[in-house]
Design a protein. Structure first.
Length: 184
């Protein structure tokens, strides 16, 4: 029983030239070059099985990029028919061959919240009713929640914000150093 044939990709001369340009340019990301090569070889009639072997890709990846190119073919043809510049067509080709944005957690803390937490760390703990001379991440997290700066925050996040801070305001350390083996 013969294996199913993948849908044929047919490139215009201009698309072919731009894809070859992507493959030849040494400054392009490797992923983009491999995907452009995949489309060029698919246009030349290379099967998905051969593409997986030659490019050392998973069958699903070869199928995905072939399907993405085929889905974008009408849009590519429209842009090309509008006598657009090579730069515009290249931008579209690059976007078709680029990774799509991945879902994930969005930025949880705004820049304003981080700045407010750093400003809080610059204040004296005694002014907020803490009987210590330096803030600990735990106390800063609790005070940030108490003041309504954030709804919730871990001491670890507070520590990361302060470590990454390039603030030159305080000359003394903002956090107390933990002396025990257990987390502060």
């Amino acid at each position: 029983m013969p294996s199913p044939q993948a849908e044929k990709i047919i490139l215009s001369d201009r698309q072919q030239a731009l894809l070859k340009q992507i493959v030849r340019r040494t400054t392009n990301p490797y992923r983009l070059v491999r995907r452009a090569q995949l489309i060029l070889w698919a246009d030349a009639g290379v099967s998905n099985s051969q593409l997986t072997t030659e490019l050392k890709l998973d069958r699903g990846q070869v199928r995905l990029w072939r399907e993405r190119w085929l889905a974008a073919t009408p849009q590519l043809a429209t842009v090309e028919a509008q006598n657009s510049s090579d730069r515009e067509l290249m931008a579209l080709i690059s976007s078709v061959l680029s990774d799509r944005a991945r879902l994930g957690t969005s930025k949880y803390f705004s820049t304003e919240q981080v700045v407010q937490i750093v400003a809080l760390a610059c204040e004296s703990p005694q002014a907020s009713g803490y009987p210590v001379s330096h803030w600990t991440p735990t106390e800063l997290a609790a005070e940030a929640i108490k003041r309504g700066i954030v709804e919730k925050i871990s001491p670890r996040s507070v520590g990361r914000f302060l470590k990454g801070s390039y603030s030159t305001a305080p000359s003394s350390p903002l956090l107390a150093q933990c002396q025990s083996r257990r987390p502060c």
